[in-house]
Design a protein around this ligand. Structure first.
Ligand code: SF4
Length: 403
């Protein structure tokens, strides 16, 4: 069953009006770390570079723009990301050729999957050109990359087919509810749900799949949308994932009481839906997956999947295989990092691409990041004050390094 398109046709003109209105934001690099000089580089039997906690480098997230046309309170709150902020200058952004060059080095160290992020990645002009360049790359074992993209869906209806034609395989769409009033208050730019659903339907029609829909659950804001979202996407072939509200960046004023733990979301879903846990398809998967049972009590894959991303209550750092490259060429090793490594000088006008690969290998080999685990430990330890240094540590904004 395809996603219902009857509810997705309204307000097209609004979509265009909003999508053209790009609000500038400032990048927030919090300093750079020196690239290690004498790495002790290890790799696993499949050739993935290993970090100090033996986690392989597999997944690269590339932010292609620092701009977004939404102002979600948990990511780019309007009070902070207002017209006072300035764009990164065009000259600071990595070009598509530079991004592709960087990707080649990451692939040489074991990366198999690339996710394009932002900001809102579809705001980057001619993104299809970059996708085509990345789609032409091959892993060390000769396989095509898994190329995906995370989007707010606002431009998906008009871009889905060209993205698919360029070589994009699938998309993840952020959607925090089906109720227009709730959704508009969360995106804070009056963007209607119907246009995002239209984008999802277009992505399905173009064959971009499997599609995932991510819903950040913020207690007191959108928990009443959990059941309607689960009902809506059941049987559509789209995996719905519930994400615990996280303390990303330093601007969203995160409070623990606003987190609705995944266990509680699951309990709520089970008041209506018969669900069964599924085994992980891959080590390092961010979501715990559940399937639907049919009337006979058997798992029915045609009814789709529900996932839980529980970064706050059930940290998954021990399997974290993700590196993040910002739109201006900074490498971050964790979503909650304070500082990155400046790769731009090694990407731009560098006649020795092997030096870039060596630098990435050296950086990854030193990686010990596990913020969510540490946050969990601190929160469970009553002797740690709630304003402890690690929890209050200034983090780079998610809109800068990509989610
Ligand atoms: S907190 Fe950092 S290390 Fe842990 S899973 Fe998230 S990105 Fe990975």
């Amino acid at each position: 069953m395809k996603v219902r398109s009857s509810v997705v046709c309204a307000s097209k003109s609004t979509a265009h009006a909003v999508s053209e209105r790009v609000i500038p934001i400032i990048s927030q690099p919090l300093g750079q770390l020196p690239i290690p000089q004498f790495p002790n580089i290890g790799s696993d039997t499949s050739g993935h570079a290993l970090d100090r906690l033996n986690r392989p480098l597999r997944d690269l997230r590339i932010s292609v723009t620092d701009r977004c046309n939404f102002r979600c309170s948990y990511c780019m709150p309007k009070e902070i990301f207002n017209n006072e902020y300035t764009y990164l200058p065009q000259s600071a952004l990595l070009s598509f050729e530079e991004i592709t060059r960087a990707a080649q080095s990451f692939i040489a160290l074991g990366v198999e999957k690339i996710r394009l992020t932002g900001g809102e990645p579809l705001l980057r002009k001619n993104l299809e050109v970059l996708i085509a360049q990345l789609a032409a790359l091959r892993t060390a074992s000769g396989h095509a990359l898994d190329i995906t993209l995370t989007t707010n869906g606002s431009l998906l209806a008009r871009k889905a087919q060209s993205l698919k034609d360029a070589g994009l395989q699938r998309v993840t769409v952020s959607l925090d509810g089906l109720d227009d009033a709730v959704f508009k208050s969360m995106n804070d730019v009056d963007f209607p749900v119907s246009d995002v659903l239209e984008g999802i339907a277009a992505a399905q029609a173009a064959g971009l799949g499997p599609i995932k829909v991510n819903m950040v659950v913020k207690r007191g804001t959108n928990e009443q949308e959990i059941l309607p979202m689960a009902r809506y996407f059941k049987g559509t072939g789209i995996a719905l994932r519930f994400i615990e509200y996280m303390d990303v960046g330093a601007t969203n004023g995160w409070r623990m009481h606003e987190v609705m733990p995944s266990a509680e979301v699951l309990q709520l879903l089970q008041t209506e839906l018969a669900l069964t846990p599924l085994t992980a398809t891959q080590k390092g998967e961010t979501a715990e997956r559940w399937g639907h049972l049919n009337a006979q009590g058997e798992h029915d894959p045609s009814l789709g999947e529900i996932g839980f991303i529980s970064s706050v209550t059930k940290a998954f750092c021990s399997d974290c295989n993700r590196a993040r490259l910002t739109t201006e060429g900074q490498l971050y090793l964790c979503l909650f990092a304070s500082q990155g490594y400046d790769l731009k000088p090694l990407v731009r006008d560098n006649p020795h691409p092997e030096s870039l690969t060596q630098a990435i290998a050296a950086i990854w080999s030193q990686r010990t990041d596990r913020y969510s685990e540490l946050r969990r430990q601190e929160m469970n330890d009553p002797s740690v004050p709630s304003d402890s240094a690690a929890l209050k540590r200034r983090k780079v904004e998610m809109s800068y390094i990509g989610g």
